[in-house]
Design a protein around this ligand. Structure first.
Ligand SMILES: [Zn+2]
Ligand SMILES: [Zn+2]
Length: 242
């Protein structure tokens, strides 16, 4: 399976990533990608972008070097009600939003459990600005996959297969497999992303693709495996070309 877009990547604006936006786009162009999502971490990530970053992101052209540039964010979920750390006024201006849990941005005084995390993701599923459910295979934040995955599908959310997780978050792998299995069972579309923090890692998705291949995952459910499928998603669920 070949990918035509990588929709979860970081730049120096995240301050623990090391390439500029232009270097990321250039890498995407060199690799012949149709689109790249620039999704720096939300404001509450330590070292994250300053308060005006997302509100001003439409300063960047949406097309550079023959690549569509989705000017987006990786918003942090900040509580068990599914609240995101980017205000609605900024979210609605963005082309693309990944929502992810990072433990550093969650309340310290609450012990996560399946009931709380299920509620969290059911709330995020209702958020009209969210496109992608980012690397949700964390064992610490396990949720009722059987109940929530179909809901992601109904609300037009793409379940991320985060290739980076297979390299740096090995404890996630069994849950990632279970999530993918349920996406297959309920016909919920997924998106395979690199989560690159350096330009050379753009489209570095081989581990995620390998897992899908091993389980016989249907290509037609991988939204970024064809220009047609990906364009259709953009038209139906975002204001990118409107
Ligand atoms: Zn990061
Ligand atoms: Zn990320």
């Amino acid at each position: 399976m070949k990918l035509i877009a990588d929709t979860h990547t970081h730049t120096i604006a995240s301050t623990h990533a090391y390439s500029t936006l232009q270097e990321m786009v250039h890498a995407a162009s060199e690799k012949g990608l149709f689109a790249i999502g620039i999704t720096d971490h939300g404001y509450s990530m330590p070292g994250g972008p300053g308060a005006w970053y997302f509100g001003n992101l439409n300063t960047v052209p949406n097309r550079l070097e023959n690549v569509w540039v989705l000017r987006g964010a990786e918003a942090n979920v900040t509580d068990y009600r599914g609240t995101l750390d980017i205000p609605e006024g900024d979210l609605k201006k963005l082309d693309w939003v990944v929502a992810s849990i990072h433990s550093c941005c969650m309340p310290e005084n609450v012990e996560p459990d399946v009931r709380l995390c299920t509620r969290l993701w059911l709330e995020v599923a209702k958020n009209p600005y969210v496109n992608v459910i980012g690397h949700s295979g964390s064992p610490e934040y396990a949720y009722d996959y059987e109940r929530v995955i179909p809901e992601f599908g109904k609300q037009g959310k793409l379940v991320e297969i985060n290739s980076h997780s297979f390299e740096v978050r090995a404890s996630y792998i069994p849950n990632c497999q279970e999530i993918a299995r349920l996406c297959m069972k309920y016909r919920v579309p997924v998106i395979v992303n690199s989560d690159a923090h350096f330009s050379a890692s753009v489209l570095d998705c081989s581990a995620g693709l390998q897992m899908l291949e091993d389980m016989g995952f249907p290509e037609e459910l991988v939204v970024n495996s064809s220009v047609e499928r990906f364009s259709e998603y953009l038209r139906a669920h975002t204001h990118f070309w409107k």
